[in-house]
Design a binder for this molecule. Sequence first.
Ligand SMILES: Nc1ncnc2c1ncn2[C@@H]1O[C@H](COP(=O)(O)OP(=O)(O)OP(=O)(O)O)[C@@H](O)[C@H]1O
Length: 253
Amino acid sequence: MSEPVISLRGAQASLGSRPVLRGVDLSVERGEVVALLGANGSGKSTAVRSVIGQVPLTSGTITLFGTELRRFRRWSRIGYVPQRTTAASGVPATVREVVSSGRLSRARLGLLSRTDRAAVDRAIELVGLTDRARDSVNALSGGQHQRVLIARALACEPELLIMDEPMAGVDLVSQEILAGTLREQVAAGTTVLLVLHELGALEPLIDRAVVLRDGCVVHDGPPPQAVGQHALPGHDHVHPHAADESLRTGLLT
Ligand SMILES: Nc1ncnc2c1ncn2[C@@H]1O[C@H](COP(=O)(O)OP(=O)(O)OP(=O)(O)O)[C@@H](O)[C@H]1O
């Protein structure tokens, strides 16, 4: 078998003085779709942020495509969708501008070629926002914002897609569009690691679930049946985004 796309071994990390990852082992093989589940505060976001180098490990190792994280440079192979609440920035921009920023890692000298622009248009189309491409993202709903963030991640045509709660606070129409988008990516061979509250509409796509509790892996195997994370012993997850659903919280506001 080829090397894993993502490998964490004995990963430990602290935020402030608090140990948040306490020896996490996690592998994602090429073409796999892995869901990272767990209660609020169990360390899911910290785990994916450590994978993309945003949270340094205090102990343990991470490799990406077989290369140690500190030597890894080919970030254009990876599309990352942050947890939506962390995506706010206050900068006014159109949908196309935000999605184009996701292509810059592939653009030469920071200039988008015709091929780059076509990839941006394709990513916008994939999330069903072609008719909104010139609109300010401030005019979009929460679910549409999320679709913009996903299009931004897809614009670099990534081999690995990492998404932190892509369905949180997303209306049903957007959820269906996102599930369809993801299905296409998976069919095309993209490897996916996603943090989820529950499997929901994405359940048929998930190959394996890894469940964290207090910064440790407590399950690594088949996804919990049907009711997702709620089926797990000790489930105590609340859904902080649900109340936001109607708000125009935003990417850039
Ligand atoms: N910047 C920070 N400084 C200190 N502690 C933090 C910081 N960010 C998060 N934490 C704490 O680290 C722990 C893990 O947070 P993390 O966001 O990784 O959990 P999570 O499983 O993704 O939770 P959620 O489902 O609520 O998003 C939590 O207890 C959280 O309060």
